[in-house]
Design a protein around this ligand. Sequence first.
Ligand code: ZN
Length: 242
Amino acid sequence: MSGSETALAAARALVLFSGGQDSATCLAWALARFAAVETVGFDYGQRHRVELECRLAFREGLRRAFPNWAEKLGEDHVIDLGVLGRLSDTALTRERAIAFGESGLPNTFVPGRNLLFFTFAAAIGYRRGARHLVGGMCETDYSGYPDCRDDTLKALQAALSLGMDHRFVIHTPLMWRDKAQTWALAEELGGERLLSLIREETMSCYFGERETRHPWGKGCGECPACALRRAGWERFTVSRTP
Ligand code: ZN
């Protein structure tokens, strides 16, 4: 172990955990590195609310399948950000939504969402003694959300550290991975047990469709989130075949 890895192994982390594939992989990544890990989720009336319901099932599944991680997995926090859902759905902001559409961003975009998430996470981290904040943001596969970009999050790390006079480190282990590489990371961290837990207990589908099973998990199979997840799984399984 290098000096910096040893320091991480004694530290406490807070993971932004939505119940989707990416943040579930980040949770495992954090459990493999830190002494203690807590989770935070945000309820803002999102369409795929079912993701939030998956959170506890996934945490329980992790505890059962990985006893050495179970002892590190601490409290879960759920923050009510209903105000964010209302902001992005008012008649006032509909015109803005059209402008965003013309700039190429999808209409699922909630402006500045991750800035708020990390700011609330930092407030919890401050209180809980967790300076390491972990999120599943990624520049590789996504639709150009500016608040997922590496530069944005580095700037936010500096702003939070200055604004709370407390050193925070934002970790984004998926930033430069595509979906196939995210599945590969899960396999590296927890083998087949973690892969099947992510397939069974996480949800990415925009429509929250839970009844239909696919090799890559549950979902409608058609929405952009399902298409991304399926394509990643297919590339990952091809890459594993000798
Ligand atoms: Zn879907």
